[in-house]
Design a protein around this ligand. Structure first.
Ligand code: SF4
Length: 466
């Protein structure tokens, strides 16, 4: 077992046994489920909306070359500087270069999972820049020096008391249990940072090819301040964020808000088309867009799993995943936790290093059922398992599969094994979890399923007779 898998296993065991943590996540999500369903009902047809969204993303991703070129040419025509970053290092170096060129001292940043993916904050800090997260949840986890817990709710694992203690310790504020007071503490710190910042960094939720604009959706107004107060704005986004038309936002903005946060629409939805134009009163003097590949084109080349690039990062699949709810977001050890993280991390990083994430699933299909753009998530987990196995079959897996194939080609042997299993079943509880139990790794934490009293063949024969 590699180091990533070992770390995952240990953390999963620890978190799954922590009932306080599990209760907290359940509580945090209880309100979300109600609001999500209320807002789904506002759509004329939620299944119809999902089908339309899947079609639009299919069109965008299958013609990504054309739509990206259209997006970039329109952006550049208004004076935006576009950088195509093949990997994380190139993206980090470019942004550090922009900061150095402008002799930046302080950077304000709004929420961006793509920036998390390339570990941008650490690189900027190592290069001597101060970076402050302006999204409240991100600000909290930044103070705790830990990664976001969830794609949409970075600090959902923390209580008010923990946040109050953190602010008291790090910002010198008075302890309080009031969310409003805690927000005001963060607000006072951030307002000063906005005014001092020379560079604003943001992500992008969507990139509109037709108009050459990026769309940012948020609830705190922090992204608007981040992108409009500093003289220079850098937006970083994965190349898959493209939507063909401006009118597509009429579907995607409410869909993202409903699936992501159980809202009819997010509080602030803003389009950015370039730096300040002559005669405009505000906006950045310089606007850069970093388009990150980071192995997305390799995923694009995989016809079978390409639709994983349709993801709009709503986080809905995390919220329904029984594994995520039990082991929590930090256990994954990746930027993108939950089902979508388990699908794409082996592609964005190394399949053999991260294949264990695809194993950590009951394949219940709740993620696929909830995904607003209809990504076939649990099938992709199976495909990752298959690909990892084909590329480097383990000795045990090979033995089991050879044995299984041998038996399946010999019906008499299969029937004999099934009968033997049925006869041995009463002994199983006596040895369960002991050294005499060959399946103890499984049965230590769960009961072994009972073999059916009658085989399918027997039931079929009876049915035919009757
Ligand atoms: S895979 Fe689907 S449900 Fe999960 S984050 Fe992406 S869009 Fe949302």
């Amino acid at each position: 077992m590699n180091a990533y898998a070992q770390a995952f296993k240990e953390a999963a065991r620890r978190y799954a046994a922590d009932t306080v943590h599990r209760d907290r996540i359940q509580q945090a999500l209880a309100g979300y489920y109600v609001k999500r369903d209320e807002n789904k009902a506002r759509f004329q047809s939620w299944p119809g909306a999902r089908a339309a969204a899947a079609d639009i993303k299919w069109e965008a991703v299958n013609h990504l070359d054309r739509y990206l070129e259209e997006f970039v040419s329109k952006l550049e025509a208004r004076g935006t500087k576009v950088f195509w970053a093949p990997g994380a290092k190139e993206a980090r170096d470019y942004i550090i270069g922009v900061a150095r060129q402008h002799k930046v001292r302080s950077i304000i940043k709004s929420k961006s999972m793509t920036a998390e993916e390339i570990h941008l904050n650490g690189a900027l800090e190592d290069a001597g820049f101060e970076v402050v997260e302006s999204d409240l949840g991100e600000f909290i986890v930044q103070l705790r020096q830990e990664p976001p817990y969830h794609i949409v709710f970075p600090a959902m694992h923390l209580t008010r008391r923990q946040i109050s203690d953190l602010f008291h310790e790090r910002l010198g504020s008075e302890p309080t249990n009031s969310p409003e007071d805690l927000t005001m503490v963060a607000r006072r710190v951030m307002r000063r940072k906005y005014c001092a910042a020379d560079l604003g960094i943001s992500g992008a939720n969507f990139a509109i090819a037709e108009t050459g604009m990026i769309s940012i959706t948020e609830n705190e107004g922090n992204a608007r301040l981040t992108t409009s107060l500093p003289k220079v704005h850098v937006a970083i986004m994965g190349i898959e964020k493209v939507l063909p038309r401006l009118s597509d936002l009429a579907l995607f903005l409410p869909m993202l808000a409903t699936s992501g946060a159980g809202q009819p629409i997010a509080c602030y939805n803003t389009l950015y088309g370039g730096p300040r134009q002559p005669g405009e009163p505000d906006g950045p003097e310089e606007f850069h867009v970093v388009l990150l590949d980071n192995r997305r084109t390799a995923l694009l080349a995989d016809v079978e799993q390409r639709d994983a690039l349709h993801c709009i990062r709503c986080g809905a699949c995390l919220n329904v995943c029984p594994v995520f709810k039990n082991v929590g977001g930090h256990t994954y050890g990746t930027t993108y936790p939950g089902p979508i993280g388990s699908v794409i991390t082996p592609h964005l990083r190394e399949l053999q290093d991260w294949k264990h994430l695809s194993q950590a699933s009951s394949l219940c299909g709740a993620c696929t059922e909830t995904c607003p753009v209809k990504i076939n998530l649990h099938h992709h987990l199976l495909r990752n398992r298959r690909n990892a196995m084909r590329a480097r079959p383990g000795r045990l897996e090979k033995m089991l599969q050879t044995g299984f194939a041998f038996m399946m080609r010999r019906p008499a042997l299969y029937q004999f094994a099934a009968r033997a299993g049925r006869l041995a079943q009463p002994l199983q509880p006596l040895v369960q979890g002991t050294v005499f139990d060959p399946l103890r790794a499984w049965t230590q934490t769960r009961s072994f399923p009972r073999v059916a009293k009658k085989s399918f063949r027997k039931l079929w024969r009876e049915r035919k007779k009757s």
